[in-house]
Write a protein that binds this ligand. Structure first.
Ligand SMILES: [Zn+2]
Length: 105
């Protein structure tokens, strides 16, 4: 249940943000934000690759705080803004997932 909701949010939240802030180029902005999901390739270096009970923030190489700072810089740079925002949204959603996990356990 939680993982399904998480996946849905990973697609729906960027769509909502693209709709609210970048409506005149909605599809482009949405796709740029979805491209932020590529950072999940770092899960491939983890063992097991997917563990629904693991918090990815701070665990995977592309989900660490210094890297998140780089994402914020990308979001501040107009050419890469929607991509950077997508990455930050991704980290926020993963973070919410971690918080949710700690409530459950
Ligand atoms: Zn992630």
């Amino acid at each position: 249940m939680r993982s399904v909701l998480h996946l849905v949010l990973h697609v729906a939240v960027p769509a909502a943000i693209a709709w609210i802030f970048f409506r005149e180029r909605f599809v482009k902005a949405w796709l740029a934000m979805l491209a932020g999901l590529v950072v999940d390739v770092d899960h491939l270096f983890a063992d097991p690759v997917y563990d629904p009970g693991r918090c990815s923030i701070g665990f995977h190489p592309l989900h660490r705080y210094p890297v998140i700072g780089v994402y914020a810089l990308l979001a501040a740079w107009p050419r890469l803004r929607s991509f950077g925002i997508g990455l930050i949204v991704h980290m926020a959603l993963d973070g919410i997932d971690c918080a949710w996990m700690s409530f459950e356990s």
